[in-house]
Design a protein around this ligand. Structure first.
Ligand code: NAD
Ligand code: MG
Length: 381
């Protein structure tokens, strides 16, 4: 089936690479959204002729409507615009590439409207994994992973009929720019150093999450929800080279891995062509030029965020949403040079400790915990 796609967050790192894949595969685009990058969204609208474009910033949207006045493309704005893009009649698939819990409500709306989700926005599953996976099951839509580790696992699980055959998932982690550093060294690292990821070029927020290892903690939760496995069956191993994107160990001892160049266009493409494979733009892996592959355990002492996320997963309820809200605020403050690198786990830990116990939380409970996590982090600075 040739998909018609809306991209939420088309001007970001994942959004731009998704459009490269869409162009290469000749797929069609229903809607594109961004926060306030008028110039790039105009360029994308002219290249892909979507029905609708949305800038959540109302002032920027007004400007874009004038710029696109000579085209039939409709322009909308605000959170309502985002919801409209997520539920557009003519579209069958919504690729969620906005950053943060801002992706949650549009994703739920897309599911309710019967759209398959190509999911990059992992914060959605971190905050509301139970709600989102239940909604997808009930509505009969697919959650197709875009995150490279989860795509690797998805690829390794093709042909696996029973989840009981899986012994464990092994998520690989590059370790980020600060792998091997001590707490004393980490206390003085700068925003610029934290933004220099060794293997991947990504948006600022996920790059900082990779440096703290919170990203890997979030990915553990993402894997729990996508593959319906308990925390104890999901391991993390440091693999500096980012050639093996993750592995599945089966009950008989067989271990399947997916290898490739660190290029997000491959997992993006697989989410859009699954269950088929097609030629595409992703870089090829040359085994003869590949570095030696190394593996080591994560360092939980100097990088406590992975364990904080595991603890949030253990607590369940709204704990992950509170942790995520605090983390989004802490990362934003770090990117504004307002706090140090080690303040990020400190604020996150406090928000997790303060998270209320809520069994089977509703969307309102989750949004409230997210807001509390943000407020607490801001208050502590
Ligand atoms: P990015 O910052 O490069 O892009 C974010 C996009 O979302 C932009 O188009 C921006 O305009 C839009 N946006 C930002 N805030 C918004 C808001 N409040 N409301 C509406 N739109 C908003 O981010 P990215 O690196 O492309 O990451 C996007 C998502 O994909 C994140 O959840 C990230 O964790 C996940 N992801 C990214 C990568 C990667 O390689 N970049 C890999 C795996 C997963
Ligand atoms: Mg990843």
């Amino acid at each position: 089936m040739a998909r018609r796609i809306s991209i939420l967050g088309s001007t970001g790192s994942i959004g731009r690479q998704s459009l490269e894949v869409i162009a290469a595969l000749g797929l069609s685009v229903g809607a594109l959204t961004a926060h306030r990058n008028t110039a790039l969204l105009e360029e994308q609208a002219r290249a892909f002729s979507p029905e609708l474009v949305v800038l959540t910033d109302p002032g920027a949207a007004k400007d874009l409507a004038v710029r696109l006045g000579d085209t039939p493309v409709r322009v909308a704005s605000g959170p309502e615009g985002l919801l409209e893009a997520a539920t557009l009649e003519s579209v069958d698939t919504v690729l969620t590439a906005v950053v943060g819990s801002a992706g949650l409500e549009p994703t739920l709306a897309a599911i309710a409207a019967g759209k398959d989700i190509a999911l990059a926005n992992k914060e959605t599953l971190v905050c509301a994994g139970a709600l989102v996976t239940r909604a997808a099951r009930e509505r009969g839509v697919k959650l197709l992973p875009v995150d490279s580790e989860h795509s690797a696992i998805f690829q390794c699980l093709q042909g696996c009929a029973h989840r009981g055959e899986v012994r464990r998932l092994i998520l690989t982690a590059s370790g980020g720019p600060f792998y091997g550093k001590t707490r004393a060294e980490l206390a003085g690292v700068t925003r610029k150093e934290a933004l220099r990821h060794p293997n991947w070029s990504m948006g600022a927020k996920i790059t900082i999450d990779s440096a703290t290892m919170m990203n890997k903690g979030f990915e553990v939760m993402e894997a729990m929800w996508l593959y319906d496995l308990p925390l104890e069956q999901i391991d993390v191993v440091i693999h500096r080279e980012s050639v093996i994107h993750s592995l599945v160990e089966f009950q008989d001892g067989a271990v399947l891995a997916q290898l490739g160049s660190p290029d997000m266009r491959l997992p993006i493409q697989y989410a859009l062509t699954w269950p088929e494979r097609k030629p595409g733009p992703a870089a090829r892996l040359d085994l003869l030029r590949c570095p030696d592959l190394t593996f080591s355990p994560p360092d939980g002492v100097n990088f406590p965020c992975l364990e904080l996320a595991r603890e949030a997963a253990r607590q369940g309820g709204v704990a992950p949403a509170a942790l995520n809200g605090a983390n989004e605020t802490a990362v934003a403050l770090f990117l504004e040079d307002k706090i140090g690198f080690l303040d990020i786990p400190r604020l996150c830990q406090a928000a997790l400790a303060a998270a209320p116990k809520v069994e089977a939380p509703t969307l309102e409970d989750i949004l409230a915990a997210d807001a509390q996590g943000r407020a607490l982090a801001r208050k502590m600075v």
